[in-house]
Design a protein around this ligand. Sequence first.
Ligand code: ADP
Ligand code: MG
Length: 262
Amino acid sequence: MVEIKRLSTGIRELDKILCGGIPEGFFVTLTGEPGTGKTIACLHFIWAGLTNLEKCIYVTTEESRESIIRQAAQFGMNFRKALDNNRLIIIDALMKERNDYWSLREVTLEELLRKVIEAKKELGSPCKRLVIDSLSAFWLKAPSLARQISYDLKRILNKWRFTIYATSQYAITTGSAFGWGAEHIADGIIRFKRSIRRGRLRRYILVEKMRQTPHDLRVYEIDIVDKIGLVVLGPIEERIEDHVLPKRVMEKIRRVTEESRP
Ligand SMILES: Nc1ncnc2c1ncn2[C@@H]1O[C@H](COP(=O)(O)OP(=O)(O)O)[C@@H](O)[C@H]1O
Ligand SMILES: [Mg+2]
């Protein structure tokens, strides 16, 4: 059997679930509702690269660069130092008014590719890891283009030998990913879920797809722990559907929210 080179996710238990990590060159989407740990998983992926003396690129569209640096610092990941040492570039799509060089002037595929390729040239090798958090931002104005955008992105960035983490949001109301863009072309899908059980928010992770990998098919409960980051607690036996709020309750919440709108 041909040995596949895998990159660590930076989360030991997740590496085990994935039989060693993400195959090099893969395009992996991280999908899920807000607050489920997607961004934090991205931070671990980047930190794993940095501690392995790789150079990394992080594109942030929903949080500022400063917010990413602060969040990483809470888990003992020194992104500031990596930026200062030219080992990491954080491309900021949010704070564009600051006239910062590593920011996107427009949130378009062309601008993204231009900056990412420029960043790769600036960093030099080995620069294998790229995070796009989130990819949904690039089709916010035209959801019907989601598939086309993800396809073009994958095709072009593949040539640049990146292993890519791209996050995509799930719409809370419909439970479907915006546009179903990235999942269709992804080599891997890591799904983040949440539920409320015994009055507490629980988070879960499930590897739904990973090409060329006999990965674990179970749902794992995860936690986010201060100073540590994303921790995999263990597989759950029950169905996740057992723990989400009943349809009746969700319907009531929706009605009350709509009625209370001015
Ligand atoms: N220092 C911390 N300690 C514990 N939990 C944290 C800490 N920082 C963030 N979190 C948790 O992580 C959540 C955000 O996770 P994030 O990965 O940003 O979600 P998303 O899936 O939207 O990207 C917060 O809502 C909070 O519950
Ligand atoms: Mg996020």
